[in-house]
Design a protein. Structure first.
Length: 148
């Protein structure tokens, strides 16, 4: 089996990247930071080690840091405003959002099996109850209390 490569891009396509191999984490995050920054009840977030992340087009990238997390450098598109990736200087991981991965003709994420979410994290601050089979954790999967 070949190593999975997922291509991600902003809304307008001006900035894009690839992530290679299995993610260190793939989960639906219900934390308030993800909710507010994405305007969404929860977001499919993935962490990859630095060695697995590469920009394909980054000329239109604008970087910024938000209060409370100075170790996280976030990258957004100057043209469409979408944030596509952030680098954590503490862990040397990149965070990306699975919703931005390339889809097939039917709209499904390509090669989903290799990157599928395994849990709901920071579930305590959820805005909607989820009834799927995945574990619900009050922090990170396996490193916090499992709620459901
Ligand atoms: Zn863009
Ligand atoms: Zn979050």
């Amino acid at each position: 089996m070949s190593t999975p490569i997922h291509a991600g891009a902003c809304f307008c396509g001006a900035i894009s990247y690839t992530v290679t191999g299995k993610p260190a984490l793939s989960a639906y995050c219900h934390c308030t930071r993800c909710q507010i920054m994405n305007g969404s009840a929860f977001i499919w977030t993935l962490h990859f080690p630095s060695s697995a992340f590469a920009w394909t087009h980054s000329a239109a990238t604008d970087t910024y840091i938000t209060d409370g997390k100075p170790w996280k450098t976030r990258h957004r598109c100057k043209k469409c405003g979408s944030c596509v990736a952030s680098h954590n200087a503490k862990t040397d991981n990149w965070s990306v959002w699975g919703v931005q991965f390339e889809r097939d003709e039917s709209g499904a994420t390509k090669d989903l099996d290799s990157v599928k979410p395994t849990a709901h994290i920071f579930y305590e601050t959820r805005l909607v109850d989820i009834t799927d089979e995945l574990g619900k954790w009050d922090g990170y999967e396996g490193k916090s209390t499992r709620m459901l």
